[in-house]
Design a protein around this ligand. Structure first.
Ligand code: PHE
Length: 351
């Protein structure tokens, strides 16, 4: 065995020198496996050692094998470090990536996220009607997100369950809806006002059909003589424009503190067109958002004269609409960053 160990010392030195001369990740790994791997030479030596009966000889041989193993481990670690340095040096030696280089159109065209496609579709459609696009902060004070929207202190929407509060800043929240933009816009502009305001919103909610961040769009009109009929007409117009002219909507009376009267908005199930299926739980309808006539208390908060003006507001979820329009069945696909999912979509909104 003494003899074998001595031969091994030499043959390893040879092999390591050869790898050192032309290092590659594979050569280093092959060397490591041949010597230290589970079926490598060193473990085999330890196996053979078990058969040695003479205690003194066993001790000496064990020591020699340990030394050989240490030498090999150190040499391979050195090779690995040198290999990593060589890879880095080769990368640095290559010319840098030129992001301004033109690419050939076609295969590498790029695409927009389906939620962006849906947002653009809605915004473009309303822009044609003379609506302006408004934006608002995602980190918001409770005044804009709640108080000015006639949501009193004890309203359940303020509960920890729904709202992300900002630690150490008791009056700040992650906005729970895009309705905060109503307040920013009305404080900034005098009526008449026509706005469309898409954006991210946040709620403490996470399961197959809810994500803690999602997207809404808010549509607001304030003018003299705005009525519930205008509201219903605009919602129907928008949904027909986004889907097709056979799309139908339905309003169900509901409560939102910042509107009176208020309603929930359903659209015809885009999968079964009303006949009933799994997606709409056999009802033929899908809930997409809320709407109503702006509450006089909201006008008061922004110094609009509620005797002269009336207003309508409509808010709905963009993610849900994108899923229905583009036939996506799992909400989580929007947010897991899978490029092959993303690549199925075009750069421009398909109509
Ligand atoms: N902001 C409401 C929500 O997030 C929706 C809504 C908007 C309702 C506008 C009425 C008017 O649920």
């Amino acid at each position: 065995m003494q003899q074998i160990i001595a031969t091994y010392q030499q043959s390893f030195a040879h092999q390591a020198a050869a790898v050192h001369a032309t290092p590659s990740r594979k050569a280093i790994e092959d060397l490591r496996i041949a010597w230290l791997g589970r079926k490598g030479k060193i473990p085999a030596l330890y196996q053979d050692l078990k058969g040695v009966t003479d205690g003194r000889e066993k001790g000496l041989l064990g020591k020699a094998i340990n030394e050989l193993r240490n030498t090999i481990e150190a040499a391979i670690a050195d090779l690995q470090a040198a290999g990593a340095r060589a890879v880095l040096a080769a990368q640095l030696a290559r010319p840098p990536l030129d992001v301004t280089m033109p690419v050939s159109a076609g295969s590498r065209m790029g695409s927009l996220h389906p939620v962006s496609l849906m947002r653009n579709l809605v915004v473009d459609e309303l822009a044609k009607l003379g609506f302006s696009v408004f934006d608002g902060p995602e980190v918001e004070t409770d005044f804009y997100n709640f108080t000015a929207l006639n949501i009193p202190e004890n309203h359940p929407a303020r509960d920890m369950q729904d709202t992300f509060f900002i630690a150490e800043h008791p009056h700040y929240v992650l906005r729970t809806h895009t309705s905060n933009i109503q307040i920013h816009a009305m404080l900034q502009e005098k009526p008449p006002l026509r706005l469309v305001a898409p954006g991210r919103v946040f709620r403490v909610d996470n399961d197959a059909t809810h994500t803690p961040m999602f997207h809404q769009v808010e549509i607001v009109v304030v003018d003299r003589g705005i009525s519930f009929a205008h509201l219903k007409g605009l919602i129907e117009y928008t949904m027909k424009a986004v889907f097709d002219s056979s799309m139908k909507i339905r309003l169900r009376p509901s409560y939102f503190p910042f509107v009176e009267p208020g309603a929930e908005v359903d659209m015809l199930c885009s999968m079964c067109r009303g006949s009933g299926c799994r997606v709409c739980k056999e009802s033929g309808w899908l809930e997409i958002g809320g709407c109503g006539m702006i509450h006089p208390n909201v006008f008061e908060a922004v110094n609009y004269d509620s005797e002269t003006y009336t207003g309508m507001a409509f808010g709905f979820g963009l993610d849900r609409m994108a899923m229905l329009k583009y036939g996506i069945n799992d909400l989580r696909q929007f947010f897991n960053g899978d490029y092959s999912f993303q690549q199925q979509f075009p750069l421009y909104s398909p109509r």
